[in-house]
Design a protein around this ligand. Sequence first.
Ligand code: HBI
Length: 355
Amino acid sequence: MGLLLASTPVGPMGTGIGGGVELTLRNLVQELQRRGETVDVLAPAGSMLPAANVIAVPGDAHPFAQNDPWDAPIQLPTDSVLARMWDWVRRHQHGYDLVVNFAYDWLPFYLTPFLQIPVLHFVSMGSLQASLDRMLAQTAVRFPGTLGVYTRIQAQSFAFTQHQPQSFRVLGSGIDLSLYEYRADAGPQLAWVGRIAPEKGLEDAAAVSARLDREVWVMGKMQDEAYWQRIQQDFPTAQLIYTGFHDTTNLQSRLGQCQALLMTPKWVEAFGNVAIEALACGVPVISYARGPHRNCRHQETGFLVEPDNLDSLCQAVAQVPALRRDRCRRQAEREYSLEALGDRFQDWFATVRRT
Ligand code: HBI
């Protein structure tokens, strides 16, 4: 008997469509397998997850929750891949100890009481929709301890935590540090890494590039082409060098050459895995202090600046050469190892496993 990890329905694993949650899921599988766990991954067809046993499910991908308004009704695509995935869970639940849901969608929460297998839910974003908030609040009462998040500030974005403060278990994040090479030296260029989508605030990195006459290397899944074109028009003198979505090996090699990582989100990032990837390469992080972005130490491994303040952002860039890149690497090693992540998840699993 083993663990079943059920992926996000927004797209196949390995494509970048699923953002940080893809990386978290992949890292978790790797670490759990290293510890001798039997792990199956239930994911949309087309998923690429080497070294894992993937159960590929056909069907239509789900649209992004972050694109819907607060009071949007619950929607499913015609042939929902998520509905098919959880039908698979229903039919095969007796072959597993436990299933972990990574979808930020209403359906798996709704189905939980109908299943016999214990279900844990890893919630990958902050509060976005009334329908999901309501379902999470109910799940927290009915199945205490079964909701997990990256960070405490992410958990606090859900209003019901004011009355139900113990609703979420904080699991943090972690990466395989052996895949990230420490680089003591850097070029003058800055890095910006993330899905190219409005909530990620790439336009502010473009503004910094134009103001400081600096290259910004942009990496990540091209999600919103029109948004990207708009930025090009609005900042004709910005030097944005877009190289696409990269696997970890290529990402870390490019990222490591940069002087700092810019994180300019317009929403409350649940975690921001790219911050720890940068630190692991020795790259300081300059981030808006919006939500949980405490994953650099202000004035030691980066700068936390007032959100949306371009002057502060530019000042921080000017101060980066005074920071020590070895301290960045050391922070990643101390706080964000895969071992630490594996411990936190296994402790969580132990609270509900049936064997
Ligand atoms: N939207 N509907 C939906 N379901 C998800 O699981 C989901 C999402 N948007 C983004 C997302 N997951 C992940 O990319 C997170 O890493 C942010």
